[in-house]
Design a protein around this ligand. Structure first.
Ligand code: GLN
Length: 483
């Protein structure tokens, strides 16, 4: 039962083969049994989950159930959850009980999901390996010596290990797609503005976007349908109608044009990963897709532009953690300066401090034009590359990450090599586009993800094309041994 997809569980619930209460108990049991190894949850809300499950069963009895009613679910600990600890992976918010639900949490609650708890993550979503969490690293269920990717590594590992059938993540530069790839699950970063950021703790506001993780594209489509939509409380949320994304999954893809950016298949890409992606391309050709090489000439600017813009925005967003309003406060401050200084020195981890320092520098008077403004100009060039590319193709295909998962500790002392894990995902955030990672094969027992990038608000087509691949392959059905 625990290996089933959300769509399958939903059918089991409708057919009364299992109740939501039983399903919830089963997954809570799995968390107890396996999460000591993985460390994928920061908080488990057992009592509330059992309560919600009973209510879901009641709703079903009354004939009021939707497709997600009674489905166990988890939220990345970056989403505010009313009355439940929302730590963002940081000591700074270790004592923070959110006073309200994020819109995404509210939407998924309204759709009937049963929250089992909050998942581990890199502190303030900064990282690619989940080693920056105050709560310790998450381990990859495919090999416990390896990282699950980050920053949404807890959600990805929990879904991959079947501790929960679906979870939320956030993606500022790759944090949904990269851990999905490294853990062999499906993860979608929607178009910027498709999903409300209200109640989603801010890292870099012009890049952050929430999205779903699950085993299959079909499940992700179900989740997106429930999560997406306009929210007047998020000024960057866009008022576009939300279709039922599950209804177009099986549209024919014959004749669809797939672009392969030549810059994404050059140096830095591991040969083994390249082979896996080449095999995936062949599958698409068999399905009748027209594959052509394209160019995104400003690709080399994306990592440098991101590592100015993201830290700049984070330095501003994280100014609010001052020990005055909420969160951590240092003991016995001598005066206000001392309160700020010690609260922030003691409350933040080293990667967060590194970003705040870079960002503050880049925004300071005299340097703003040279760094932040310049990076924004580079961002426009990157965006224009995609505008050009989408004149000729429907979707862009690439590896999600240049290598499979790496060993815990391997890159912690080398931030630049860590930053390069996101070399194929970052441009998508800079351009505001939707991107998805789907399982595409294995190298030495470690999963490899394929990324598909769509045009703005092209989620329906993107999911359709990604789903077609899952109808002819079974990589997404592989479950790590022991789980
Ligand atoms: N790994 C990237 C970073 O460290 C992206 C993180 C994210 O998408 N939240 O910033």
């Amino acid at each position: 039962m625990h290996r089933k997809t959300i769509a399958e569980l939903s059918r089991e619930l409708s057919a009364k083969k299992i109740s939501s209460l039983e399903l919830t108990q089963l997954f809570l049991e799995r968390i107890k049994q396996h999460d000591q190894k993985l460390n994928s949850f920061i908080t488990v809300t057992e009592d509330a989950a059992l309560q919600t499950a009973k209510m879901a069963d009641e709703k079903r009895k009354q004939g009021q159930a939707g497709p997600l009613t009674g489905i166990p679910f988890a939220h990345k600990d970056i989403f505010c959850t009313d009355g439940v600890k929302t730590s963002c992976g940081s000591k700074m918010l270790d004592n923070f009980l959110a006073p309200y639900d994020a819109t995404v949490v509210r939407n998924l609650k309204a759709a009937g999901t049963v929250m089992l708890g909050k998942t581990n993550m890199d502190e303030f979503a900064m990282g690619s390996s989940n080693e920056n969490s105050y709560y310790g690293p998450v381990r990859n269920p495919w090999n416990l010596e390896y990282v699950p990717g980050g920053s949404s590594g807890g959600s990805a590992a929990a879904v991959a290990a079947c501790l929960v059938p679906g979870a939320t993540g956030t993606d500022t530069g790759g944090s949904i797609r990269q851990p999905a790839a490294l853990c062999n699950i499906t993860g979608l970063k929607p178009t910027y503005g498709r999903i409300s950021r209200y109640g989603m703790i801010a890292f870099a506001s012009s890049l952050d976007q929430g999205g779903p993780f699950a085993k299959t594209v079909e499940d992700v489509a179900m989740l997106l349908t429930a999560m997406a939509g306009f929210d007047e409380r998020d000024s960057t949320s866009i008022n576009e109608p939300v279709p039922d994304y599950t209804t177009t999954l099986n549209n024919p893809i014959k004749g669809i044009r797939i672009g392969l950016p030549k810059e994404y298949f050059s140096n830095g890409l591991s040969n083994e990963v390249a082979k896996v992606i080449e095999a995936a391309i062949k599958e698409y050709e068999k399905l009748g897709a027209i594959v052509q090489e394209i160019s995104l000439p400003n690709t080399s600017l994306s990592v440098p532009a991101y590592y100015v813009i993201a830290p700049a925005e984070c330095s501003s967003n994280l100014a609010r953690y001052d020990g005055v309003r909420y969160g951590y406060r240092c003991k016995n401050p001598a005066d206000l300066q001392d309160l700020y200084k010690r609260t922030r020195s003691e409350g933040f981890g080293s990667e967060v401090k590194r970003r705040i320092m870079i960002g503050t520098y880049a925004l300071s008077a005299g340097y703003y034009d040279a760094y932040y403004l310049k990076a924004q100009k580079a961002r426009r060039l990157i965006r224009n590359d995609f505008v050009e590319a989408f004149k000729n193709v429907d979707v862009i295909l690439s590896p999600t990450s240049p290598t499979p998962a790496f060993k815990l500790g391997e890159k912690v002392s080398d931030p630049v090599s860590m930053y390069l894990s996101d070399i194929y995902t970052i441009a998508v955030n800079l351009a505001g586009l939707p991107g998805i990672s789907v399982p595409a094969g294995f190298v030495n027992g470690l999963p490899i993800g394929m990324q598909l990038i769509g045009n703005l608000f092209g989620e329906a087509k993107l999911l359709n094309i990604a789903h077609a691949y899952q109808t002819v392959t079974d990589w997404h059905q592989q479950i790590p041994e022991g789980f």
